[in-house]
Design a protein around this ligand. Sequence first.
Ligand SMILES: [Mg+2]
Length: 389
Amino acid sequence: MKITRVRAIPMSDPVPPERRHRTDLGTKMKSDATLILVETDRGLTGMGAALGTPPIVAAIVEHELAAEVVGEDPMFSERIFEKMYNGSRAKPALEGGVPQAETSRRAGMVMEAISGIDIAIWDVKAKALGIPVYQALGAVRNSVRAYGSGGWAPGNEAEAELGSYAAKGFTAVKMRVVGRDGFSIENCVRRVAAARRGIGSGVELMVDAHASLETPVAIRLAKALEPYDIAWFEEPVSPDNHAGMAQVRASTCIPIASGEREFSRYGFKSMLEHKAIDIAQPDVARAGGLTEIRRIAALTQAYDIRLAPHAWGSGVLFAASIHAAMAAASCHILEVSQGYMPMMNELFNEPFDVRDGYVHAPDRPGLGFSLRPAAMERFKYVEGPEFAF
Ligand SMILES: [Mg+2]
């Protein structure tokens, strides 16, 4: 089988004005994704998706990465990843066994584009094998515990909001440290106390600071939240401050989770070397696709660090995350967004199987999902930033 063409299609999912709300990230105007299609001479097409700014990701695919991929056999998925990562020095890198990464390809939107292509290659490879991607990767399980991820409600409204996630059957839920009413330690504690009342003592509660706090504030907040039995404190500080993250970790009994903004196994290696995390959260559409997330899982597992893939984006990203979760022994839980997510939930003909607090893997070949006929029109690209301040 040979890859004959790689296409990148920018997509957007505008948030209707009445659904827009302001958080620490700004007011969400839309969600973006770049759909990647890898066509083969067998008539099989693989589907992937990348994070990043869609027209820029599409240009990277078209002008740089497609040339490394066309003509290759998708069964050689590791080789294709290494070709994309090492660029013009792929040959000596593979012959010598030492990476010689193209400078721009180590992180950023190029790594996001590589991630999207890699997902599409695994999709077409598993389709050709007639098995689901997670079985092609090496299956551990066919369902995984899920957590309901959201929690922006102000003040005491967090009680009803998080309670509504638990009522859906989730045995773990996550809320944002910065609510719609802004941030103070006092207010965050009030919201977390309300959330705990809403879910009772039997449901796990996680908090996510979106990498927005300074280290001393994160340490004070962690101390204040300890009485509420927090399952993890996510991204307490900047992803560029692994030392600060480690300081927060050393100061509290609450486990620290991070990784959704990291690229490749090297980003995770730094967090491990700094002793910064208890839970690794790679995003399959950013960190390097299924090929690299598998390496990240192996690397972090050697430190007894569990894997909880970040999964917030298009249906393609969520589908790939499901397969990653099913094939990683150290994965204990998967994120299921409770936000406004039509491009996740209305992209495919087949619905996601989330029930009784678990995500169940599809048993269809490849990722196991097909685009709805009207998807390209419904989610056509809209210029402008995703968030406005
Ligand atoms: Mg997060």
